[in-house]
Ligand binder design. Structure first.
Ligand SMILES: Nc1nc2c(ncn2[C@@H]2O[C@H](COP(=O)(O)OP(=O)(O)OP(=O)(O)O)[C@@H](O)[C@H]2O)c(=O)[nH]1
Ligand SMILES: [Mg+2]
Length: 218
């Protein structure tokens, strides 16, 4: 039977060092490194999901550097996204305080084709370590997510691979639910569906060159 294919662009955003790259590496490659290497600009990864017998889903994960915080380039990076993960670090309460800034930045710069906000899941990452602050209060977090328009929230650990699959599953379910009513996300794609690969593109240098050119002109 021929499979229906979807390509979904998913943004992964949040403060510096909260674990965006680690969550993606854990999800796509089952790999964790304790060493910190800051992402420059944006990186990409592709995860292929055999969702069910009739559906194949390619998740194109956009790993946006925390350095880009609410910057001008985010409008470009966010374009045509259909899902988002906002991540904070449970050991650093200030990264949770910034979650609302990230959410507002997202909603102000990108919407679904029908004008609805992009479905967004909140990740309380590094839950293998002692948690600090309101993240310990589950009912507060549940209420926060409803009020701030998050589809769901999960405690995650990239290190221990806790809930990483569940985050993606929850987000994809929501995206598919939107797709049923709108049928706007489907794309033709001819690549080998069995492969899970990293995309080697890093537009940050190009973006920087473009910015430099723009700065020079006028
Ligand atoms: N204990 C623990 N450490 C983690 C976890 N996730 C990430 N880290 C560590 O936190 C540090 C930062 O992780 P990154 O994934 O590079 O953070 P990032 O959000 O991509 O940071 P930027 O690229 O600078 O925006 C690294 O040293 C990781 O090993 C986790 O779940 N548990
Ligand atoms: Mg990173």
């Amino acid at each position: 039977m021929e499979k229906r294919e979807h390509l979904f662009k998913i943004l992964v955003i949040g403060d510096i060092g909260c674990g965006k790259t680690s969550i993606i590496k854990s999800y796509v490659h089952n790999f964790f490194s304790p060493n910190y290497r800051a992402t420059i600009g944006v990186d990409f990864a592709l995860k292929v999901l055999n969702w069910d017998e009739t559906t194949l889903i390619r998740l194109q994960l956009w790993d946006i550097s925390g350095e880009e915080r609410f910057g001008k380039m985010n409008r470009v990076y966010y374009k045509e996204a259909v899902g988002c993960m906002i991540i904070f670090d449970v050991t650093q309460p200030e990264t949770f305080e910034n979650v609302w800034n990230w959410k507002q930045d997202l909603d102000s710069k990108v919407q679904l084709p029908n004008g609805q906000p992009v479905p967004c899941v909140l990740l309380a990452n590094k839950c293998d370590l002692p948690k600090v602050g309101t993240v310990n209060n589950k009912s507060y977090m549940d209420k926060y997510c409803v009020e701030k328009g998050f589809h769901s929230w999960f405690e995650t650990s990239a290190k221990e691979n806790i809930n990483v699959d569940n985050v993606a599953k929850s987000l994809v379910e929501k995206i598919l639910e939107n797709d049923k009513s709108n049928n706007i996300y489907s794309h033709e794609d001819t690549e080998d569906p069995n492969e899970t690969i990293d995309l080697k593109i890093n537009p940050s240098n190009k973006d920087k060159q473009r910015e430099q050119r723009n700065a020079r002109c006028c």
